[in-house]
Design a binder for this molecule. Structure first.
Ligand code: PHE
Ligand code: FE
Length: 291
């Protein structure tokens, strides 16, 4: 586990600021590191057309993401024009309150390192490919951009009220692992799926996982796996629906949530709108943790 203490981090990154940002120092990335990005990018471009939603693909097209690790200055200029968001570099994971504060101000923090060439499918912590390729395309979409800002503001409140575990599940099952129903079929918008070629195929086509209609309270009661493919994906009807359902103040909802049940990641409930009931044939990592 990396240190989440700013004074500790400062020993390793003397340039780190109070908001945990560091200069990206784009020139320092080696050709080998840019090649890791390009290899991952090419792989994803083989699977995402026809699987990612149109909004994600439009963001990919609009932003300068296809020439190696992006220069955040240029990337932010393009993103700023679309929705007023910027991308800022951080050493890695940051404390929750720091993360929320960035989102609330339309800044997306991205890890300032890239995975090793010999472990393209494995990362212990989100790297620049996950953070930028996975998250930033959707931030070019106006409704999703507003959703992320609102989430940051909600995060600051949830933290002070002790309800972060509920809110974190919403983030997980939407921002990270969300699917959306479209006239063309189910499509990916979650960054954790869209930055993994294997999970992109699994999430949409494998018989194993459940695919269940998004319901806010249900999702906020459901634990999630952090170290393997998901056992359930939740499917929104569109970004307007997602925003409309989450816009209201969660104060009353948090009280309700505190009283009722918590569900396991693979549970299917009587009241679920089941789009696909998983066969559970894929055996998740036996050391799996869930939150
Ligand atoms: N409406 C939520 C609250 O009152 C904030 C939020 C908005 C959370 C959008 C997630 C997404 O806390
Ligand atoms: Fe992420």
């Amino acid at each position: 586990m990396p240190s989440l203490d700013l004074a500790d981090m400062r020993r390793q990154y003397p340039e780190i600021l109070g908001d945990w940002t560091v200069p990206q120092n784009w020139q320092r990335f080696s050709q080998a590191e840019h090649d890791v990005w390009r290899t991952l990018y090419r792989r994803l471009m083989d699977v995402l057309p026809g699987r990612a939603c149109d909004e994600f693909l439009a963001g990919l097209e609009l932003l300068p993401l296809n020439e190696g690790i992006p220069d955040f200055e240029k990337l932010s200029a393009a993103l700023m024009k679309a929705t007023g968001w910027r991308v800022v570099a951080v050493p890695g994971l940051v404390p929750d309150d720091v993360f929320f504060e960035h989102l609330a101000n339309r800044r997306f923090p991205a890890g300032n390192f890239i995975r090793a060439a010999d472990s393209l499918n494995y990362i212990e912590e989100p790297d620049v490919f996950h953070d930028v390729f996975g998250h930033v395309p959707m931030l070019a979409h106006p409704v999703f951009a507003d959703y992320m800002e609102a989430y940051g503001k909600g995060g600051l409140r949830a933290e002070s009220e002790g309800t972060l575990h509920n809110l974190a599940r919403l983030y997980w099952y939407t921002v990270e692992f969300g699917l959306v129903e479209t006239p063309k079929g189910l499509r990916i918008y979650g960054s954790g799926i869209a930055s993994s070629s294997a999970e992109s195929i699994y999430a949409l086509e494998h018989a194993s996982p459940n695919r269940i209609g998004f319901e806010l309270e249900r999702v906020m009661r459901t634990k999630y796996r952090i170290d393997d493919f998901q056992e359930s994906y939740f499917v929104i009807e569109g970004f307007d629906q997602l925003f409309a359902e989450t816009y209201n103040d969660f104060a009353a909802l948090y009280k309700t949530l505190a009283l009722g049940l918590t569900h396991e990641a693979g549970d299917v409930l009587g009241e679920d709108r089941v789009i696909h009931r998983g066969t559970r044939s894929y055996r998740p990592n036996s050391h799996a943790a869930s939150k």
